[in-house]
Design a protein around this ligand. Sequence first.
Ligand SMILES: Cc1cc2nc3c(=O)[nH]c(=O)nc-3n(C[C@H](O)[C@H](O)[C@H](O)COP(=O)(O)OP(=O)(O)OC[C@H]3O[C@@H](n4cnc5c(N)ncnc54)[C@H](O)[C@@H]3O)c2cc1C
Ligand code: FES
Length: 281
Amino acid sequence: MFNKMAEVRENIPLSGGHYLLSLYSPAQARVTRPGQFAMLRLPNRSDILLRRPMSIYDVKPASRKSKSPALIQVLYKVVGRGTGAMAELKGGDALEVLAPLGHGYFREDYQRKLPQVDEVVHVAGGIGIAALLLAARELHKRGIRQRLFFGGRSRADLVCYKDFGGLVQKTILATEDGSRGHKGFVTVPLENHLAGSERGKILLMVCGPWPMLEACVGLARNYGHPCLVSMENRMGCGVGVCLGCSIGVKGEGHGAYERVCTEGPVFWADHVRWAGGTPEI
Ligand SMILES: Cc1cc2nc3c(=O)[nH]c(=O)nc-3n(C[C@H](O)[C@H](O)[C@H](O)COP(=O)(O)OP(=O)(O)OC[C@H]3O[C@@H](n4cnc5c(N)ncnc54)[C@H](O)[C@@H]3O)c2cc1C
Ligand code: FES
């Protein structure tokens, strides 16, 4: 993990208040693993004190001639002051980047499940898609069959799913207003798929709002499949010191809480204590 000033190369507006930010930071890009995140701080904005956590969506070479990753890409949605200020960034601006943080989808005990399953099913709710692309690419390299379920409120929320095109065998879209894909929650087509599957043969990787996580975790449990969840929580430090990101997990005493920033952000779903849509704190 390094703290670096990174140069903004691009900050491209997409639909629905989403942006794709490219940051030049070769040392961090080279060591990033799928599912890790960055803490971003805007210099010269003393009114925005805390760094904002963002998944590392992609890592790329800085030019066509090079093969080595040098750019970190962050896919974000404007929801408040910090992300609003990020939307104003232009090429040539600088951003303080603390990354890569957390362990991602390929922790040793998570990887041990892969040979036992026939398929990995990614489930993304809204901006949760940002945590899944690097994992899909790694799984594609390993020749693992994959499927993406992606849900949002409307079609404007369904950003960047085409990046998964060459990596997953099938993409299933859903919108609450019916403007693209299935009308309703993404968990409906997901359940149809799980209902026809052999128990234990699918590994789910899920990232999205907490109510959606909880619904997916329930489905995984009902149909007998292992499930990894990438958790989001408010964060202070991002490096395990402030305890602000703690969530309730199964265990006793101090063991009953873990930090999303260091023990996560990816957890086994059945390790988390779920309490009515949000993990217990
Ligand atoms: C590990 C991790 C990875 C994340 N990856 C991404 C990503 O790739 N793209 C992206 O757009 N967002 C991501 N988030 C959420 C992102 O950090 C928040 O949206 C951002 O910090 C909001 O900052 P703000 O100042 O704009 O909003 P604020 O003004 O602080 O808050 C605006 C609204 O957003 C909610 N909010 C703020 N922080 C969070 C949070 N951490 N989790 C959930 N809701 C929050 C608040 O409750 C409030 O309703 C991630 C969060 C975590 C913990
Ligand atoms: S954000 Fe400070 S301990 Fe996780």
